[in-house]
Write a protein that binds this ligand. Structure first.
Ligand SMILES: [Zn+2]
Length: 139
């Protein structure tokens, strides 16, 4: 949460840049994606208020089989966030590393998570995926 506070403060104080990198949608000066992986309840219940009060939207990538379990958000949290203009993206059904499963299982993980999200969240539709199971080992 501290990082999010810092990021939002930085963005507000640097909203008037005096150089142009490229053209963004509606000629905005820059673009940034704020994303949360896995669907834990704390981003849904704490970061959303912070984002809304600073006029920012984020993408919340959820693991559809874990929604409603233990420390994960529930569908009410997910639908509420979508209704407030945040994007709900897929982080697959079970969070498997997609390179460790068959093409059929991979298709299931991608298509079922998208379809479950779209059956619960009417708008905006699920169009984004955050690839699960990436572990970077630095030696
Ligand atoms: Zn993850």
């Amino acid at each position: 949460m501290l990082f999010l506070l810092f990021l939002l403060s930085f963005l507000k104080s640097h909203s008037q840049l005096d150089y142009n990198i490229t053209q963004w949608y509606n000629n905005k000066q820059s673009a940034l994606s704020i994303t949360f992986d896995d669907g834990y309840s704390s981003p849904f219940r704490q970061a959303t208020d912070m984002l809304n009060s600073n006029n920012f939207k984020a993408t919340f990538f959820i693991i559809t089989n874990l929604i409603g379990h233990n420390s994960f958000a529930n569908w009410t949290d997910v639908i509420n966030n979508a209704n407030q203009g945040h994007e709900i993206g897929s982080h697959t059904v079970n969070h498997y590393n997609l390179t460790d499963i068959s093409p059929e299982e991979c298709n299931y993980e991608l298509s079922v998570s998208r379809d479950v999200i779209n059956s619960k969240v009417k708008s905006p539709k699920c169009v984004s995926l955050s690839y699960p199971g990436v572990n970077i080992i630095l030696m």
